[in-house]
Design a protein around this ligand. Sequence first.
Ligand SMILES: Cc1cc2nc3c(=O)[nH]c(=O)nc-3n(C[C@H](O)[C@H](O)[C@H](O)COP(=O)(O)O)c2cc1C
Length: 366
Amino acid sequence: MNFKLKISDNYIFSRTNLQIQNRTVLAAMTNMQSHDDGTLSDDEITWLLERAKGGFGIITTAATNVSKEGKAWNGEFGVFEDYQIPQLKNLTSLIHETKSIVIAQLFHGGMKSPQKITGSVPISASKLDCSESNTGKTKPASHNDIKKIIDDFKNSALMCYESGFDGIELHGAHGYLISQFLGKKTNLRKDEWGGDLKNRSKLLIEIFNSIRNNVPDDFIIGVRISPEIDSIGIELKDTIELVGILKKMNLDFIHISCWDVFAKSKSLKNNNRTLTEVITQSYTDLPTIISTGSVWSSSDAHKLLRQGADLVGVGRVAIGHPNWANKVSSLDYNPKRPPYSISRLSRAKLNPQFINYMKNWKGFVE
Ligand SMILES: Cc1cc2nc3c(=O)[nH]c(=O)nc-3n(C[C@H](O)[C@H](O)[C@H](O)COP(=O)(O)O)c2cc1C
């Protein structure tokens, strides 16, 4: 444990030597601001750029679908067609005029991709009950489907590289397709893509390898995971094993999505440690660890660094405070919490659709 780490210190990714200006990360946040054909909108670019100007080390985009079938929300931008490239390039070149780096979060919604949006039956690891499907069930992925999914992630990552992104984050958290393969309750397969954790993580590993083998060496690749999701059967002990598998790969970061970085694990008995502590204390020589969830003040951010995280991710506080990253270096910084007024959110560069979406987050909008 290093008591001297400061959120404002710069940070160097060890594999690539890429330096970032501080230890802050804007975590991926879906914001509904883009166009129906998956083209990134000027509004979504403006929202991200404002946070880059606000000093974040890493700007992560919202989850972006790697194929038409993987889309989960209206207003989501995609990275799967050539016509989407000019706006992606626009985003990366504007962000690179600041000191931030920019990473795209690639994902496929699986059973959370509604048929009414994609036009196709949602796909998952197994045949599962699914309210997003017209048939009430998901389609279990065939071997050809799995091959296509891996190719889609690879092509999308290549498009990100060509569009000037510094790297990508594979979204293996929050119950989307990759985590549906990881989860014991959603992956009931009897073939090599299901069974023990090694097989359940094969989709994630194959996606990672196919990207790593096709992009230049200095392109950053990270994975976001949820340590525990009871509803789909993701358990902390499996997550610890997964981190051990990921650690042996040529991966740049693991992003732990905790929702509350100060909460203790729900599943470990007699446990007094947080999820970040449990994971970082399980191994030496881990890749960069980003951890996110309920960090608000400078004191919170420094406590998280002391838990063992290398980089501190934030979501909600950066919606209300685009300059959070610049201000958090002051040790007494403790920005106002929600609710926020509509006019304030609009000054913080959220468009009306995004503000409307934030009304679903209890107590966020005045
Ligand atoms: C509006 C909103 C949209 C989100 N969208 C995503 C997303 O696209 N991908 C993702 O991995 N997490 C998403 N999250 C989760 C955040 O990245 C973050 O982990 C979570 O908000 C907890 O951090 P916080 O307490 O700092 O907000 C979203 C959160 C919010 C508030």
